[in-house]
Write a protein that binds this ligand. Structure first.
Ligand code: HEM
Length: 285
C-alpha cells in the first residue's frame, strides 16, 4: 500500500525519542549526553533516509500515473473517419442538389463503399483499438458502464468506451446499409445504381425505399454520435475530437501500458484491395 504524506509525517514525528531522562531534568550525565547525541544523529539519519525513500516512492508513483501522449488511433482509422465524414456530406448534398449532381453522388457512394470494405478488414487486422473485438463489449459491461455514467462517473478507456463501441458498430452498419441499397436503387427514369438492373424490379424498389429511409436514421445516429462527444466534453472535460485528429491521448502507464501499432503497408494493401473490389462490382457485374 502506498505511504501517504500524512502517514509519513506521523511516523517521522514518532521516531524522535521523548524520554524524560533525556531532558536534563535529572542533572548532567556525559555518557547519557553522548548516547543521546548518537541516538539523535542516528534518528536524523534514519529520518532522512525514510524521507528520501518516500520522495522516491512518490516520484515513482507520479511517474507511473503521469499522463503522457499515447497513440490510440492509428493513421488508417483516422483517415477512414474523416474521409467518411467528408464523403457522406458530399453524398448527402449532391443527392439534395438535383439530377445534374447525381454522378458525384454515385462516385461518393462508391468511395464510401471502398472505405467501408477497408474498415471491415481493418477491424480484424488493424491496431488493437481499431479491432472490433476490442470495442464490442458484452451487454453486461455496457450496462454497468451506462449506470456509472448516469451516476456521473466514467472510467478512462484507451479506445472506444463500451457504449461508444456500440455506437460505432451502429454507424458502420447504417453506412453499410446505405451504400449497399444505393447500388440497387433506381428512380425508374434517369438515375440507377450499377446493380439495379441485375435484380427483379420489386427488389430494386424495396432497396430504393430503404435507401431513402435509412439516410434519416443515419443522420439521427450521427447527431447522437456528435452529441455524445459534446457531452463528454461538457460533463467530464474530455476532448475526444483531438485524439481522432492527432491519434494521441494523454494517458497514464496504468491505463495504457502498451499499445501495438499496425503496419501502414498492410493498411495501404487493404485499401487497394477494397478499391479494386468496388471497381469490379461497379463496372463488371
Ligand atoms: C458523417 C458523420 C460521421 C460519421 C458517419 C462518423 C462515424 C464514426 C465512426 C464509424 C467512428 C469509429 C471510428 C473507427 O473506429 O473506425 C467514429 C469515431 C469518432 N468520431 Fe465520428 N462520425 C461522424 C462525424 C463526426 C464528427 C463531425 C466528429 C467531430 C465532432 C466526430 C468525432 C468522432 C470521434 C471523436 C470519434 C472517436 C470516439 C471515441 O473516442 O470513442 N465524428 N465516428
Amino acid at each position: 500500500m502506498p505511504v501517504t504524506q500524512s502517514e509519513h509525517g506521523r511516523r517521522g514525528k514518532l521516531s524522535v525519542p521523548e524520554r524524560p531522562e533525556q531532558t536534563g531534568a535529572h542533572g548532567f550525565d556525559l555518557g547519557q549526553a553522548l548516547g543521546d547525541h548518537v541516538l539523535s544523529v542516528w534518528c536524523i539519519g534514519v529520518r532522512s533516509q525514510v524521507q528520501q525513500l518516500h520522495r522516491g516512492m512518490i516520484t515513482e508513483m507520479n511517474e507511473k500515473n503521469a499522463a503522457r501522449p499515447v497513440r490510440v488511433w492509428d493513421l488508417p482509422t483516422r483517415f477512414f473517419h474523416w474521409s467518411l465524414v467528408v464523403l457522406l456530406v458530399v453524398a448527402w448534398s449532391t443527392a439534395q442538389a438535383g439530377l445534374e449532381w447525381m454522378t458525384y453522388h454515385l462516385w461518393a457512394g462508391y468511395s464510401i463503399l471502398a472505405l467501408l470494405l477497408f474498415r471491415l478488414m481493418w477491424g480484424f487486422l488493424g491496431a488493437p483499438t481499431a479491432q472490433f473485438g476490442s470495442f464490442i463489449a458484452r451487454p453486461g459491461v455496457a450496462w454497468r458502464y451506462a449506470r456509472e455514467l448516469a451516476a456521473g462517473r466514467h472510467a478512462v478507456y484507451v479506445g472506444h468506451n463500451p457504449l461508444g463501441g456500440y455506437m460505432v458498430f451502429l454507424l458502420l452498419l447504417l453506412v453499410l446499409i446505405q451504400v449497399v441499397t444505393g447500388l440497387f436503387s433506381t428512380d425508374d427514369i434517369l438515375v440507377s445504381g450499377p446493380l439495379a438492373d441485375r435484380v427483379p424490379r420489386q427488389y430494386s424498389r424495396w432497396a430504393t425505399g430503404v435507401h431513402k429511409v435509412n439516410i434519416n436514421i443515419l443522420i439521427a445516429a450521427v447527431a447522437v454520435h456528435v452529441g455524445a462527444i459534446g457531452f463528454y466534453r461538457w460533463r467530464f472535460g474530455d476532448n475526444l475530437v483531438l485524439p481522432m485528429v492527432t491519434g494521441k491521448k494523454l494517458l497514464s502507464d496504468e491505463v495504457a501500458p502498451h499499445q501495438g501499432e499496425a503496419s501502414p503497408w498492410r493498411a495501404a494493401g487493404l485499401l487497394l484491395i477494397s478499391v479494386v473490389a468496388v471497381y469490379l462490382v461497379v463496372s463488371c457485374l
